[in-house]
Design a protein around this ligand. Structure first.
Ligand code: DGL
Length: 285
């Protein structure tokens, strides 16, 4: 039996006839963080076509209000709906924490979030769980709540890491300043002797090389990208909408600078993506 939940998303609301299997999967984030999810899609679902949206004009999401983020997320989902996506992975913990439950009721395609798949895995490997996240995700308490809902005997500590996303978007991954910042964020978690660390923001696995130098080897690192894509695979199977044709090349669309996204994304993708500019509707300017 598989260890991952089925119907993690809102798939039960959809009938097979409504969703053509050759349609793309939509993946979105505020910036390059969602590329950690896209890489998992390439590994686990190599036959699927993907449309990736980076809302770089509005990042970081982690310091914004729920109302603002909900506005951006609806705009992205409306656009994805127009592109005919068959499923969406909200490759952003902040919007998963603050908007997922609301928008799932508003769209006719399944929407998967980052938090639930990761927590279900984490409680199987650890008892003292640390979560590093954006200020908005940490403040929302979404990880603690998701873990508590599983009714397991586990302790959770969440740390807000406001400086990580801007440093990652600026490609300062190997900067000594980034290392010092990472050390200061991890110290309180290490003081609690955590046995598991969840990357509560899709940008953070990009810092794994430095994070690994700062924590003991026995700590389990949980990358939610791995787990959300497993759930996605399962849901495509349940709905019988896995792509059976040749996949299309990934389409990248951003609301900010295509050049900057292309530059920051290249090392993570292993190729230089062709990036389109999204014109921001007047309502969001
Ligand atoms: N990568 C996103 C997340 O997982 C958003 C980070 C941000 O824009 O602050 O939360």
């Amino acid at each position: 039996m598989h260890s991952y939940p089925v119907f993690e998303g809102n798939s039960q609301a959809f009938s097979i006839q409504e969703i053509p299997s050759c349609s793309p999967i939509g993946v979105f984030d505020s910036g390059v963080g969602g590329l950690t999810v896209l890489r998992q899609v390439y590994q686990q679902l190599p036959n699927e076509s993907v449309i990736y949206f980076g809302d770089t004009a509005h990042l970081p999401y982690g310091i914004r209000s729920q109302k603002e983020i909900l506005g951006y997320v609806r705009e992205i989902l409306n656009w994805m709906e127009q592109q005919g996506v068959k499923m969406v992975i909200m490759a952003c913990n902040t919007s998963s924490a603050l908007t997922l439950e609301t928008v799932r009721l508003e769209y006719k395609f399944p929407i998967l979030g980052m938090i639930s798949p990761a927590t279900k895995f984490a409680v199987n490997v650890g008892k003292r769980i640390g979560v590093i996240a954006t200020p908005a995700t940490a403040k929302s308490n979404a990880y603690r709540q998701a873990i508590m809902e599983l009714k397991v005997n586990v302790q959770v500590w969440q740390v807000s890491c406001p400086e990580f996303v801007p440093l990652i978007e600026q490609n300062r991954l190997h900067d000594p300043y980034t290392l010092a910042v990472a050390k200061s964020y991890l110290e309180p978690l290490l003081a609690q002797e955590i046995d598991t660390l969840i990357y509560g923001c899709t940008h953070y696995p990009l810092l794994e090389p430095i994070i690994k130098t700062l924590i003991p080897n026995h700590i389990h690192l949980v990358d939610p990208a791995v787990h959300v894509v497993r759930v996605c695979q399962r849901e495509l199977e349940i709905l019988n909408i896995k792509n059976r044709l040749l996949p299309m090349p990934t389409r990248f669309v951003v609301s900010g600078s295509p050049q900057q996204f292309s530059q920051s994304g290249t090392p993570w993708l292993g190729y230089t993506p062709l990036v389109e500019q999204f014109s921001v509707p007047y309502s969001l300017r």
